[in-house]
Design a protein around this ligand. Structure first.
Ligand SMILES: Cc1ncc(COP(=O)(O)O)c(C=O)c1O
Length: 398
C-alpha cells in the first residue's frame, strides 16, 4: 500500500476532536432499538465520514460491531492493514483489477452487476481457495447501483452453478430513508419490491437482508415500533447500515426520545493574530466586510482548505468565551477572521493570542452543530464532516 502523501499539521493547534465514547453510545443506542440478532453494519466509508476510519473502526468493534461497511476496496484494505480481521463489506463495485484484493484480504464484495461477478469468478479461478462470501445489491428505485429485481431468479441460478461463492446477504438502498415506515412513502414502495427479491432466495435459511440507513432505521422504529413491524422481509427483520447517526446527527423531523444521538466531532482552533480595526476599515478578500464601528478582529488558522467552507463567509458564527461571535469577511484558504468586539466588551478582558475558538461543537452553554453549518453553507452535515481535510489533526478522546 502506498504511504499517505499528505500529513496533518502538528504545529498549529487546529484540530478535529473525535469523542470515541460518543461513537460507542450512539452505536449502542441503535442496537438497543432493534431485536437481538438484527444485522448491523456501521458505515465507516470516507474515513468514517471524516472522523478517522481506523480509530472509529476499533471503537465500533469494541462496542460489538461484527460487520463494518466501506465504499472503496482501498478503505477495506486500510482497515485490514491496521489489523482488523472481522467482516468488512465493500459497497463499491469490484472489477478485474481489484477482485484479487477482495479475495486476498478476505473482504466481502457487495456485488451489484454481472461484470463484477465475472471479475470475482476469474480471480477465484486464479487462486481462490476457500468459499467466498458475497452480498447482492438490488436496485429498487434509486437507480444508482444494483441488479434489477427481475434478475433475482437468474442470480439464484448462478449461485447453484458457483458453489465457490456463498450468498451471505441481499440488500438495497433507500432514496429517502426519512419516510420509512410511512405506508404512502417512497421507502414503502422500495421495501415492497425488496421483499419480492428476498423471496427469490427464500430457500437460503441464513440469508441476511439489509436496507436501513440511519434515518430509515429511526423512522421505521418511530412509526412502527408498537406494531413490531420494523420492516420485515421473508420473516427477517431488516438489517441496519447506519452512518450519519453514529456520528451524532439526529435524523431530520425525528421527535422520538428513545434514541438520542450525540455529536462526535468538534473543530477547535485558537486566535493567532488580533487587529484593532477602525470604523470603515475592511477585512479579508473582496472586501465583503467593512467595520461599522471600531472592532476587535481575530484571525483563526483554519480555512476552506481545512474544510471550513468558503460559503460560510459573513454567515456563520464561532464560539469564544462561551458565546457566539460572527465570521468577518471572506473565508480564506488557510484562515478566516471573526469579530470579537462584543464578547471582549462584555467580558471586560482583552482578547489574547492563543485563546480557544470552537468552530463546531460545544463551549460553555453554547453549541454549533454540523447541521447548523450545513444549512448556512447550503449543504448537508455529511459534506461538512467529510470535508474536514487531511491536514486537520484528529485528536481522539476515549
Ligand atoms: C449503501 C449505503 N448504506 C448505508 C449508508 C449510510 O447512510 P446514512 O449515513 O444516511 O446512515 C450509505 C451512505 O450513504 C450508503 O451508501
Amino acid at each position: 500500500m502506498t504511504t499517505r502523501s499528505y500529513r496533518p499539521s502538528h504545529y498549529r493547534r487546529s484540530v478535529a476532536e473525535i469523542d470515541l465514547r460518543q461513537i460507542d453510545r450512539n452505536f449502542r443506542s441503535f442496537v438497543s432499538l432493534y431485536p437481538a440478532g438484527t444485522f448491523f453494519c456501521p458505515m465507516v466509508k470516507a474515513n468514517a465520514y471524516g472522523h478517522g476510519d481506523i480509530e472509529v473502526a476499533k471503537a465500533l468493534r469494541n462496542a460489538g460491531a461484527n460487520y463494518l461497511g466501506v465504499a472503496l476496496i482501498e478503505e477495506g484494505e486500510r482497515l485490514r492493514h491496521a489489523g482488523d480481521r472481522d467482516p468488512i463489506l465493500i459497497f463499491g463495485p469490484v472489477d478485474s483489477g481489484s477482485a484479487e484484493t477482495i479475495l486476498r484480504e478476505n473482504l466481502t464484495a457487495v456485488v451489484s452487476g454481472w461484470d463484477q461477478l465475472q471479475a470475482l469468478e476469474v480471480a477465484y479461478a486464479d487462486g481462490g481457495t476457500s468459499t467466498t462470501r458475497v452480498h447482492f445489491e438490488f436496485n429498487t428505485g434509486m437507480n444508482r447501483l444494483g441488479f434489477e429485481p427481475e434478475e433475482a431468479p437468474k442470480l439464484r441460478e448462478w449461485l447453484r452453478e458457483h458453489k465457490e461463492f456463498k450468498l451471505e446477504g441481499v440488500c438495497t438502498h433507500l432514496l429517502r430513508g426519512n419516510d420509512a415506515g410511512d405506508e404512502t412513502g417512497e421507502s414503502e414502495i422500495q421495501l415492497n419490491r425488496f421483499v419480492q427479491i428476498v423471496n427469490a432466495f427464500g430457500d437460503l435459511p441464513d440469508l441476511i437482508v439489509h436496507a436501513l440507513n440511519s434515518s430509515a432505521a429511526v423512522n421505521i422504529w418511530n412509526r412502527k415500533a408498537e406494531q413490531k413491524q420494523l420492516g420485515a422481509a421473508n420473516g427477517k427483520t431488516l438489517g441496519l447500515r447506519p452512518g450519519i447517526g453514529l456520528y451524532g446527527v439526529q435524523p431530520p423531523n425525528d421527535q422520538h426520545a428513545e434514541i438520542q444521538l450525540r455529536p462526535v466531532m468538534s473543530l477547535k482552533t485558537h486566535v493567532i493574530a488580533i487587529h484593532h480595526v477602525k470604523k470603515g476599515e475592511k477585512v479579508s478578500y473582496g472586501p465583503l466586510w467593512q467595520a461599522e464601528r471600531d472592532s476587535t478582529i481575530a484571525t483563526l488558522p483554519f480555512g476552506y482548505a481545512d474544510g471550513y467552507r468558503r460559503s460560510l463567509t459573513n454567515r456563520s458564527q464561532v464560539l469564544f468565551r462561551g458565546a457566539r461571535a460572527p465570521v468577518a469577511g471572506t473565508v480564506c484558504m488557510d484562515y478566516f477572521m471573526v469579530d470579537l468586539t462584543d464578547i471582549e466588551a462584555k467580558t471586560g478582558k482583552p482578547v489574547v493570542i492563543g485563546e480557544e475558538i470552537v468552530l463546531l461543537g460545544d463551549q460553555g452553554q453554547e453549541s454549533i452543530t454540523a447541521t447548523e453549518l450545513a444549512d448556512l453553507a447550503g449543504t448537508i452535515s455529511y459534506e461538512i464532516f467529510t470535508g474536514v481535510s487531511e491536514r486537520v489533526t484528529r485528536v481522539y478522546l476515549r
